[in-house]
Design a protein around this ligand. Sequence first.
Ligand code: CU
Length: 367
Amino acid sequence: MRIRAALLEEFGQPLMVTELELAPPKAGEVLVKLHACGVCHTDMYTWSGADPSGYVPTVLGHEGAGVVEEIGAEVISVRPGDHVITLFSPECGECIHCTSGKTNICMAIRSTQGRGVLPDGTSRLSLDGEPIRHFMGTSTFAEYTVMPEIALAKVDRAAPLETICTLACGATTGLAAALYRAQVEPGSTCAVFGCGLVGLGAVAGCGLAGAERIVAVDLSPQRLELARHYGASHTILAAEDPVSQILEMTSGFGADYTFEATGNVAVMRQAVEAARMGWGVCTVLGVAGKGERLEIVPRLLITGRRVIGGSFGGARGRTHVPQFVDMYLQGKLDLDGFVSHRLTLDEVNRGFELMEAQDGIRSVITF
Ligand code: CU
């Protein structure tokens, strides 16, 4: 079928919205009609050429939500008409990692996804007969996508797709980091460095976990305001020595849980240093630049701090994302406040501009 999609032909050049060919789903695959897709930093990171594993030509986009249009052979868990969220981090439920209960990094399709093809080693996307590679196994800056069944989370149809698409990446990363990766305990003190979508998700997750104090740190007063809306009890401007302030608030010990959501290694270091002696856990969520290193004074580890990280916040997509959608429908979780701009597919490059200008939290393309 012919679809409109935003094609990345050359790193750093504007995405070109054009018609491509999309082949029907093969065995184990699903055709999804996209209704909405968030524009995420990872898209911009690859677009810029900074991502060492990036490639062109490809169709970017990975924060998608849509409706199942058609299923390939052997697909059993979704049917046409089902509402789904696209998962760049699949959950097969059967591989050595999925069955370990210790990680969300599913191994089932990892090698092919990294090469930009579907599990059978081929692409469904093409332009004038030339294959176009898939991006993150999702390629959701497009009217339709074909994806493996194990990379789709089936969600309640009552939830608006143009809002819950934020759970396809950013919001879930923060929420899951607090709830499942760090496992924040009730009554604890938490500090979140960076209040973009991931950081705000972490603030909300700390709140859901019953944290007593949640300190939000950001360069922007507007974002700190939003962090208060999401449950931050204290806010600190990033320029005003947040580590000292957090240590002061905690009798010199540090926060029980800290989260880093900026991708800046200097901020990661602050998040480690603000974690409590004895048992503080620092969860690193941001993607650092190529070749960058996180510097940690070993004494901080010897005195009991732990540093962990989590892709997708440690969320098991098919299990946890539908639960977050339910929380949203039950009024326990606000996702509407995350969406700052609505764009059309033709305005996709504007999404990158807004992100670069740090204007708003999330731009969502609706189809
Ligand atoms: Cu993302």
